[in-house]
Design a protein around this ligand. Structure first.
Ligand code: MG
Ligand code: MG
Length: 262
């Protein structure tokens, strides 16, 4: 049985995810060639604490930093370092918080300066596939409906879906049931109920879907070395349209994100 959240718990989760969304916008304003991923991490840590939360990733499963910074062929779980971003890179920043004993968890992939059009297409298609999934996150649908919608959109655009890493339930633990894969069959999987809070987070590759892990024990990379994109939002399932608890608006209103129609 999946845990559904009370109205109060949903507000705590919303507060966390709003802090994460604002943190990502703050980092987006700093992104430029020459800045290090370590500098972004330090600013995130400070910004989260200034907003009365604590970084949700720091120490989670032994993770050493407050954000994950995954550049180019890194899919997720990249560790901040003294790497200086370069013109043409893409960087996925995944960020989490804890406040009131509940988690926030949201991610955005930013272009650094001018990025190849083929890679920009990957970013736009990945972001769109997330929203296709969110459209299916309605009470009465099933987890497979979400994955199917994400997969269809990404594959129709000519990209491939990472299978090993998935979205998840969100609450007083960062990773709760159900798992929310970015592929699947319509009508399959757990039934979605009102008050279920989940993170949908497509990880979409320009080349093949295969991945490997670095020797650092964290960083997940594409096997073929081609770029990968990652966008994540937390949503609460309701009877009708999903209630999106995090947002890309702060990022995209400050024009640091990707330009989209949506
Ligand atoms: Mg995340
Ligand atoms: Mg997540």
């Amino acid at each position: 049985m999946l845990k559904v959240k009370s109205a109060e718990e949903i507000e705590w989760l919303r507060e966390n995810n709003q802090i994460v969304s604002k943190t990502l916008a703050e980092l987006g304003r700093m992104i430029r060639p020459g800045i290090t991923t370590g500098e972004l991490d330090r600013r995130a840590d400070e910004f989260i604490r200034d907003h009365g939360a604590v970084p949700g990733f720091l120490g989670y499963g032994g993770f050493p930093n407050s954000i994950c910074t995954s550049v180019n062929d890194a899919v997720v779980h990249g560790i901040p370092s003294d790497y200086e971003l370069q013109e043409g890179d893409i960087i996925s920043i995944d960020c989490g918080t804890i406040k009131h004993g509940y988690y926030g968890d949201t991610a955005y992939t930013f272009p650094v300066g001018e990025v190849d059009e083929s890679v920009m297409r990957l970013l736009r298609a990945t972001r769109e596939s997330l929203f296709k999934g969110i459209e299916k996150a309605v009470a009465g649908n099933r987890v497979g409906d979400i994955g199917h919608a994400v997969q269809q959109h990404a594959e129709n655009a000519g990209f491939s879906v990472v299978r090993e890493m998935v979205g998840h339930g969100l609450g007083s633990n960062m990773h709760e049931s159900p798992e929310v894969p970015n592929y699947g069959k319509q009508g399959r999987g757990s039934k979605l109920r009102e008050g279920l809070v989940i993170c949908i987070e497509p990880m979409i590759n320009l080349g093949s879907r295969n991945i490997k892990q670095d020797r650092d024990g964290w960083t997940i990379r594409t096997m073929d070395g081609k770029p990968s994109a990652h966008y994540e939002l937390a949503i609460s399932v309701s009877n009708g349209k999903a209630d999106v608890l995090s947002t890309f608006d702060y990022i995209e209103q400050s024009s640091t994100g990707i330009q989209t129609q949506q």
